[in-house]
Each structure stands twice: as C-alpha cells, then as structure tokens.
Ligand binder design. Structure first.
Ligand SMILES: Nc1ncnc2c1ncn2[C@@H]1O[C@H](COP(=O)(O)OP(=O)(O)OP(=O)(O)O)[C@@H](O)[C@H]1O
Length: 579
C-alpha cells in the first residue's frame, strides 16, 4: 500500500514535471535528474518532489507526512515543478570557505521557461485570482510564480494551524514576474479575513517601486474587502497616519485601516516611531523586494527597528534558528512572521544574511536550463532569454557620437540610457537633443528621437509627466542616472544603453533588466571606453557572461562620418549655452 502510494506519487511528480512547458524532456536530462534524486535519497530520508515541504521537526513529518508532500491533516497537495540543485563538492567547499550558509548553496531551482496555465487545477488558484489574472491579460504563470505561489500558499496554511513556516529567499531574473509571485499568495491568504489588521508588510527601496507594487496589490484586491496602504513619504506624515490607523481607537492594533502595507524603509521607521496605534503585532508576512538593495539601506537602522518591533510583539522564540535545528525542541508552535526576500541579484554576503535572522530559510532560484552556472560563491546573474546584448569599444572622447550612432543605426525608439551621474545625464540629454535638431526632418528613417532627462533632480510631478509621455511614445529616449535602474516596469522599453559602464555585475543586471521584460524582446548596448575595457571584460568573464552573451558592434565609417558633422554642430550649440 505504502509502496503503491510512493509509486503513484513519483509518477504524478514525473507528469507534473513533463507538463511544465519549457522543462527539458530529454532522456539524458531525465536520467540526470533520476541520478540526483537517487543520490539525495541515499543521503537523506527527506521525500523528493515534496509539493508541500513540511518543516522538518515541526511535527508534520513522520506519520503525517506522505511521500508526495501532501500532509494528512487536511492540507491540500500543491504541485511542484522545481528540483533541488545538487551542487558539486567543489562548489560546496568554495561556499563553506566563503561563509555562505548551506541552504544558500542548495537552491531549489526551476527552469526559467517553466510555465503552467492560470486555470491549472493543480495550482489551485481561486476564481477571484483567475479573474484578476484574466483582467491583467495573464493566461499562464511564469516560472517564479509556478515555483513560489504553491510554497507560500502551503506556508499560509501551516501558519494558520500555528505550525512553523520557513522563510523564503527568491532569486529570479529581472522582468520575470516576481511581484505577482508574492501578490497572488498574499491576496489568496488574506481575502477571506474577517477583521482588518495589518497582516502583510511589503518593503521596497524607492517610492516609485512602492507605488508600482501597491498598484498591483490594488488590482488583485479589487472585488475583495482587503485594504492596501502606502507609506512612502509622498503624502504628509499626518495624511499617511490618518490613512493607516484609527488613532482614536483604544485597542492597539485593532485600529488598523489596512490589511497590506506597502512602504519604503524610511517611512516605515517614521510610523513605528510616531504613529499612535501603529503596530506590527498582527503581522504574518514580511516581504522585502529588491532585498539586496534594502539590506544596504542604513536609514535609522530600519532593519533592526522592524525586527525589534516584530519580536517585541511576538516574543523572540523561533527567530533566527538555523535551518537544520529541530524547532520542536526549541520553540512551542505559534504563529510567527514569515520573511520573504526577492531580488534578481540576491545577496550572498553572509553578514547581510545573518542580520535578517532567517528561520530555516529555503532558497528558490530561477535558472537557465538545469540550474547550470549556479555558483555558490558569487551567485549567478540570470538574464531574460529574450534579451540581446551588445557592446561597442569606442574612444572615450567620442562616446556621445557613438551613442548617436547606435540610436541612428539601430533606430532605437523606446530607449533608456544610463549615465553614472545626474550631471552626466543632464549634459548628455542636451547633446542628444541638440543633435536631433541638426538632423533634416526627412532624413529620419525610423521615429524621430525625442529625448528627455529623467532623474532624481526632477520633482515627482515632473517625473510622472515624463513617464506618461514615454509610455505614450511622445518621448522615446530617457537619459537617466541609476534612479530607475531597479524594478521599474515599463512595457515600452525596447532597448537599454549603458552610456557609462556599470561598475558591478548586479548594476549591469538591473539596468539591462529594464528591457526584455515578461518575455518581450529587448536589446542592451554598452559603450566601453578604451580604459574601461579591461574592467568590463573581466566583470563579464568572471560571471560567465562574455563569450556566450555579448556581441561586438563595429560602426560603419561612412555613417559615423555623416553623424560626426551633425554631432559637432550640436556640440557647439550646447557649449554656447554655457558661455
Ligand atoms: N504570468 C504573467 N504573464 C504575463 N505577464 C506577466 C506575468 N507575470 C508578470 N507579468 C508582467 O511582467 C512584468 C514584469 O513583472 P515584475 O515587475 O513583477 O518583474 P520582476 O521580476 O519584479 O522584475 P525586476 O527584478 O526588474 O523588478 C510586469 O509588467 C507584469 O505585469
């Protein structure tokens, strides 16, 4: 009987893997998986392909845990399209030497092409979420959603039963749909709540990103009673306070006016310090999006302050317990706040990770192919498969001309061009604008370039106006500092240009990730001055990105010569403005 069940569940798991579009089906690959699974089984008694991963030692294993992860406690079975990556001994050794925790070197991986239908019964999305997806034009779930939604749905059920839940770290390429990977399970988990309490906290590093995520929550909460709040400092503190809590109510925490709060770290700390009745005592889920950037934010030691607020409300038990310690012995079952970290470039810095006091964390990673390239020490930067990458080695003093060449020759319309500073963005936007005035009206083959500077120097209202015009196509080139390098989701970005070479691979990843989002085609161009070539090449090579992904562009001399004349005329006009 037990054997039958085992066979059946393995068969089911096999089918599930086969059905996930994009999961490779070659015989070789299957046997490789089988080998890995067999090897793992030899080393551990843990069931493979567990759709619901019951926390070890949380009282859900043994008699109650079945082979396929369904738990004999009325919990439903969730599908699993992931597999655990078995790192090589060398990788593990390297990770150990660098102090990288064991769980971070053992990701649960999913092929970035995996996808299932929104209405697939095995994912079990409610009619409400399916309707919201349909309204948003979403028919299939992306890989990160396929991997993460079942894990968080299962965790929610465990949490409701006062069973321990694991913290989750998620790494997936830019534009791969990480936002919905947490929005969907949060809304599913909360939509039948009775009393309004602040139960989900979502922290993002910038106002723009917070607004964007809040809008997604609002879309997916439409048709429910759930209330979503925003605290970014866009509105005055008093206005935010009035929107978040009923300060006249006597019961602390019973006065929340929102179920979900999307905020920036600075404003969160302000509310913790000054807003009467604002409390995290009912929190069940704490999401940090763009987590690596957030961990670098020092604002009033926001991380420690949020952790302390949570711990004060709930008591310290269960926090920060290493992944392999049996919780049954150490802590009584109770509801705790589940921490979720999302990023395209998740930090591997042991010190940063330790500060988070994660509880038995699980690491989910969306990778190329079979998780190849997942390196324990550096992490892999996985890029959208629809992204094409180019670089041009150019003389440093001619970079503006070469930028103009790219814009002209590649007919870039819907471009975002990154510079290293606000000043550089300002000046470059002026030069490009002056050049467009030099081009005869009938010479444009594609759209005439209409350029605007988009930087933190502008007011929020000006930025909103420029963004609106960009989305409408009235502006088709934005010149920016790194303000919009992360997270911003703009469908219309067809190309990214690194006018100044990014200094880190993560900066490169986030910048180029503004294009080729959600499976759309996109191109990234990097202008590399002669003195920067060594660094750029090394950075790309160190990350296994040089040979496989980058193509060189060599400009046609005749086109360059024509553009040079126009460029020099433009330069003179811009210089005259400063005299
Ligand atoms: N299943 C889906 N089908 C179609 N489009 C989707 C799906 N999921 C998300 N999207 C769209 O994909 C785009 C990118 O999603 P999102 O902003 O969540 O990416 P991300 O992974 O957070 O990227 P980044 O790391 O750059 O912040 C959004 O416009 C979103 O609406």
């Amino acid at each position: 009987m037990a054997l039958d069940k085992q066979k059946r569940s393995r068969h089911d798991a096999g089918d599930r893997k086969e059905d996930a579009k994009g999961v490779k089906r070659s015989k070789d690959k299957k046997s490789k998986h089988a080998e890995i699974i067999e090897k793992k089984n030899r080393h551990s008694k843990k069931p493979q392909n567990a759709g619901v991963e019951a926390p070890e030692g949380s009282g859900e294993q043994g008699d109650t845990q079945t082979e396929d992860g369904a738990v004999a406690q009325g919990l439903e079975r969730f599908p699993d399209f992931t597999h655990e990556l078995e790192p090589s001994p060398e990788t593990l050794l390297e990770a150990a030497h660098m102090g990288i925790p064991h769980w971070l070197a053992h990701p649960t991986t999913i092929n970035r092409d995996a996808s299932v239908s929104v209405s697939d019964e095995r994912v079990g999305l409610s009619a409400h979420i399916r309707t919201r997806c349909a309204k948003a034009g979403i028919e299939r779930l992306f890989a990160v959603q396929v991997a993460v939604i079942p894990v968080l749905r299962a965790a929610h059920r465990h949490s409701c039963l006062r069973q321990h839940v694991r913290d989750v770290c998620v790494s997936a390429p830019t534009g791969s749909g990480k936002t919905l990977a947490f929005v969907v399970p949060v809304v599913e988990g909360l939509r039948s709540r009775v009393v309004v309490r602040l139960r989900a906290l979502v922290v993002l590093p910038t106002k723009e990103l917070a607004r964007q995520v809040k809008e997604t929550f609002v879309d997916f909460c439409t048709g429910t009673d759930l209330r979503v709040g925003l605290a970014t400092g866009d509105a005055s503190l008093a206005k935010e306070q009035a929107a978040l809590v009923d300060s006249a109510a006597s019961a602390c925490g019973g006065s929340s006016k929102v179920d979900i709060l999307v905020c920036t770290p600075g404003r969160l700390v302000d509310h913790l310090a000054t807003t009467p009745n604002f409390t995290l005592q009912h929190l069940t889920i704490w999401i940090m999006d763009e987590a690596d950037r957030l961990l670098g934010e020092a604002y009033h030691e926001w991380l420690q302050r949020v952790q302390s607020s949570i711990e004060e409300a709930a008591g310290p038990a269960g926090e920060g317990i290493a992944a392999d310690i049996d919780l049954d012995i150490l802590a009584p079952p109770r509801r705790r706040v589940q921490k979720l970290l999302f990023s395209a470039t998740l930090t591997r810095d042991p010190a940063s990770i330790a500060r988070l006091k994660l509880t038995r964390p699980q690491y989910i990673s969306v990778t190329d192919g079979d998780g190849e390239g997942e390196s324990a020490s550096t992490g892999t930067f996985t890029f959208p498969s629809s992204l094409q990458e180019f670089y041009a080695a150019c003389p440093a003093e001619e970079k503006p001309l070469w930028l103009i060449y790219m814009l002209w020759e590649r007919q870039i319309s819907g471009g975002v061009c990154f510079t290293k500073s606000l000043e550089a963005a300002h000046r470059l936007a002026q030069v490009v604008q002056a050049w467009t005035a030099e081009v005869p009206a009938d010479a444009w083959v594609g759209n005439k370039i209409v350029v605007a500077e988009y930087s933190s120097d502008l007011t929020a209202a000006e930025r909103a106006r420029i963004m609106r015009l960009f989305k409408q196509g009235a502006i088709n080139l934005l010149v920016c500092s790194d303000l919009v390098a992360r997270g911003l989701d703009i469908d219309q970005v067809a190309a990214v240009i690194n006018y100044d070479v990014p200094t880190h691979m993560s900066q490169y990843t986030h910048r180029v990730g503004r294009t080729a989002r959600a499976g759309r085609q996109g191109a990234a161009y990097t202008l590399v001055g002669a003195t920067q070539m060594f660094h750029f090449k090394k950075m790309m090579k160190d990350n296994g990105h040089w040979e496989k992904h980058l193509s060189a562009i060599r400009p046609q001399k005749s086109i360059l010569a024509t553009l040079r004349t126009q460029y020099q005329a433009a330069l003179e006009k811009v210089s005259a403005m400063y005299c």
